[in-house]
Design a protein around this ligand. Structure first.
Ligand code: SF4
Ligand code: SF4
Length: 386
């Protein structure tokens, strides 16, 4: 699908904002406390960049700057007033690690898999033993391929990448490493960023078998954004306190600008700079992709950057149309475009036994192509929940 580029003035405005990044990240940071987290420290207290604020068991949240942290009265957020200075980048350091040291570094740096939700890298890597035979699949695509992390790694971090691949080989000598990050041969199209689909396409194994292998620790999957942060942690000593946000514009005809703007943001920083620098025509925002159901927000209430939830922001010239659902017209478009032959048409017709739910990767393509506006993906998620 081809989307025309939007007028250059928008691009210029965004670039201007990016150059002022140092100014936008100063001040106050607001970080949500995940529900169920236990807070053991007494606040307010002084914190340093990289100090643990919350350890929810699954994921850790670190102080993004040096400053004074206060817990809001309702206990739902940390507010950190930055003071003093902190380094925003460190030089590359050529280092060797044992497996135990790698795991320690993952804990210290609060690293998480950015391919699977709520999965720490400690948990992911600890599921594999150096004695095991398994596959390590390295993909060049993030879930929606919102940014070219593969290019960023290959141009700026080639040496650390080579070191990390050697580290994987020496740590897991019996594993087969299938790295596609520098192959440059696979053209991207959705849903190649979904791990199960990427593995299916590159190994030829069917989706249910791939799922089983992932669940039973026969495949270790690493996408490029996860690799990027692993390299930043192991070879640049940078904890997971910053992440890229990709901002894309969608015009009033629903066409998305192909050239996204990227910002390297600090966890908890205000996203108000986007409103301030944005063309005023773009009033509606959403952190969901075009293939998800959109939770539309007013651009004036974007809140603060959440490192675990925010990686893509769509700015709409007009509120995404809430589509009315009409009756299925038996056109079979959903089945025609389904990339895994899961037979979503059967699900719409309530022939649940004929829907191949093990093959469905919830990519949302069937919903996008349905001319009757049926939100097939939501129905699938509902059925899978039972
Ligand atoms: S059924 Fe729909 S959501 Fe599932 S894989 Fe097919 S197109 Fe994607
Ligand atoms: S694409 Fe929509 S209208 Fe067409 S068969 Fe599938 S569910 Fe029915």
């Amino acid at each position: 699908m081809f989307f025309p580029r939007l007028p250059r003035t928008f691009t210029r405005k965004f670039h201007k904002a990016e150059n002022k990044r140092e100014r936008t990240i100063q001040g106050s940071f607001l970080i949500a406390v995940p529900s169920g987290s236990k807070i053991t420290e007494i606040y307010p207290k002084r914190v340093s960049l990289g100090e643990v604020l919350i350890d929810s068991g699954a994921l850790r949240i670190l102080a993004p700057v040096n400053g004074v942290a206060t817990l809001t009265e309702d206990g739902t957020h940390f507010q950190i007033k930055q003071d003093g200075v902190w380094k925003t980048s460190s030089p590359f350091q050529n280092r060797n690690y044992s497996f135990a040291e790698v795991l320690e570094k993952f804990v210290e740096g609060a690293l998480a898999s950015l391919d699977f939700p709520n999965l720490s890298l400690l948990k992911l890597f600890s599921s594999f033993s150096p004695e095991d035979h398994f596959k390590i699949v390295i993909s060049p695509f993030t879930r929606y391929n919102h940014l070219s992390f593969d290019e960023m790694i290959l141009t700026e971090m080639k040496e650390p990448l080579d070191l990390f691949l050697l580290l994987l080989k020496s740590t897991f000598p019996k594993a087969e490493i299938l790295s596609h990050i520098d192959s440059g041969k696979i053209p991207y199209s959705h849903p190649l960023g979904i791990p199960e689909f990427f593995i299916h396409k590159t190994t030829g194994e069917n989706i249910p078998f791939v799922n089983e292998q992932i669940q039973n620790n026969r495949i270790l999957f690493l996408g490029p954004e996860t690799i990027y942060h692993i390299l930043r942690s192991l070879y640049y000593d940078e904890p997971f306190t910053r992440r890229h946000l990709s901002v894309c514009l969608v015009d009033k005809k629903g066409r998305m600008d192909t050239e996204s703007r990227q910002f390297l943001l600090t966890n908890g920083q205000s996203l108000d700079f986007i409103r301030q620098n944005n063309d005023k025509r773009y009033k509606v925002a959403s952190f969901q992709s075009m293939f998800d159901s959109v939770n539309a927000l007013d651009i004036n209430s974007l809140g603060n950057f959440n490192i675990y939830e925010h990686y893509l922001l769509l700015l709409y010239e007009r509120l995404p149309v809430v589509r009315n659902e009409f009756a299925c017209i038996d056109c079979n478009e959903c089945n025609t475009y389904c990339p895994t032959n899961a037979n979503p048409f059967a699900l719409v017709k309530k022939r649940f036994e004929d829907f191949e739910k093990e093959s469905c990767i919830e990519c949302g393509i069937c919903t996008v192509y349905c001319p009757s506006g049926i939100d097939i993906r939501s129905r699938i998620i509902e059925v899978k929940g039972f």
